[in-house]
Ligand binder design. Structure first.
Ligand code: HEM
Length: 250
C-alpha cells in the first residue's frame, strides 16, 4: 500500500518513484497511474466480491455496493474510491508529523511551551496541518459558470486548487509564514472544503494529537542533526527525511 501510494503521490522523486519509471517521458504519470490502479484493483477484487456476497458494517461494503443515480457504481470509480481510502491516510499524516517535528527542532522554546501547556497540542496539530499542507493541490472541474474576482470561469473549466497557497493567504492569516501553535481561528483548508472535504480529518487529528501527547512529555531536547529533505512532488508530499538528535527525560 505504501509503495503504491508513493509511486502515485511522489512519482517524480528519485527515491520514492516507481523503479524504472522514465521521467523524461510526459506520458509517465499516466503509465504509473495505470500500474497503481491495477495494483489496487487486483488487491480489492476479492474484497469487492466478498462484500457484495456478504455485506457487513464497514466502508468496503459501502463502496462495493455503492450506487450512483440508482445504478451500481462503475468499477473504475469503485477502485478509485478504494485507492483514495487506502492512500489518503498514511502519507499525509506522516508528512504532517515530520513537518511538525522539523518545526519543533528549529523553533526555540516551542518544546518547553507545549510541555508546560499541553492544551496547546490540538492547536499545534492544527497549525502543523496548515504548515505542511501535505495535499498541495487537486484539480477540479467547474459545474457552472462563475465570476471570481473579475475572472470568468466557465462550466467545465479545469481549476487548479492550491491548498498550500490558500494556507499562506495573507488576507486570511496574520503572519502566514510564522508557525503559531496558538493561532486562533485557524481557518486552514488543509483538509479541503465542501462536499468532498477529507473523510479522515477527525481520525487524522486524533492520531496526531495522541502521538504528540505521548511523545512530548518524554522529550528533554530535540534538534536537527542534518538538513531535512522534501520529497519532490507537486501533489501529495512533505519532508521525506528529517534527521534529528534528541534526548529523553530521565
Ligand atoms: C493530515 C492528514 C490529512 C490531510 C491534510 C488530508 C487532506 C485531504 C484533502 C485536501 C482532501 C480533498 C478534499 C476536497 O476535495 O475538498 C482529502 C480527501 C480525502 N481524505 Fe484526507 N487528509 C488527511 C488524512 C486522511 C486520513 C487519515 C484519511 C483516512 C484514513 C483520509 C481520507 C480521505 C478520503 C477518503 C478523501 C476523499 C473524500 C471524498 O472525495 O469525498 N485523509 N484529504
Amino acid at each position: 500500500m505504501l509503495e503504491l501510494t508513493q509511486w502515485l503521490f511522489t512519482y517524480a522523486d528519485p527515491d520514492l518513484r516507481r523503479p524504472g519509471s522514465d521521467l523524461s517521458d510526459p506520458a509517465e504519470i499516466t503509465r504509473t497511474w495505470n500500474i497503481v490502479f491495477k495494483g489496487f484493483a487486483d488487491y480489492y477484487a476479492p474484497i469487492i466480491k466478498d462484500r457484495r456476497a456478504c455485506p457487513r458494517d464497514d466502508i468496503a461494503s459501502l463502496i462495493a455496493n455503492g450506487q450512483v443515480n440508482g445504478c451500481p457504481m462503475e468499477e473504475r470509480a469503485m477502485v478509485s474510491y478504494f485507492a483514495i481510502a487506502s492512500s489518503a491516510g498514511h502519507d499525509t499524516t506522516s508528512a504532517t508529523t515530520a513537518a511538525a517535528m522539523w518545526v519543533l527542532a528549529e523553533q526555540p522554546g516551542l518544546l518547553a511551551r507545549l510541555q508546560a501547556d499541553p492544551k496547546l497540542i490540538p492547536g499545534f496539530v492544527e497549525e502543523s496541518i496548515r504548515w505542511a499542507s501535505p495535499v498541495q493541490q487537486f484539480v477540479r472541474s467547474a459545474t457552472q459558470d462563475y465570476e471570481l474576482r473579475g475572472r470568468h470561469i466557465r462550466k467545465g473549466d479545469l481549476l487548479y486548487i492550491s491548498y498550500i497557497s490558500g494556507n499562506r493567504d495573507e488576507e486570511v492569516f496574520d503572519d502566514p509564514f510564522t508557525f503559531r501553535p496558538d493561532r486562533a481561528p485557524n481557518r486552514h483548508i488543509g483538509f479541503g472544503y465542501g462536499g468532498h472535504i477529507c473523510l479522515g480529518q477527525h481520525l487524522a487529528r486524533l492520531e496526531m494529537r495522541l502521538f504528540w501527547e505521548a511523545l512530548l512529555p518524554r522529550l528533554a531536547t530535540v534538534e536537527l542533526a542534518g538538513p531535512p529533505r522534501m520529497a519532490e512532488s507537486e501533489f501529495v508530499c512533505g519532508p521525506k527525511s528529517v534527521p534529528i538528535r534528541f534526548t529523553v527525560k530521565a
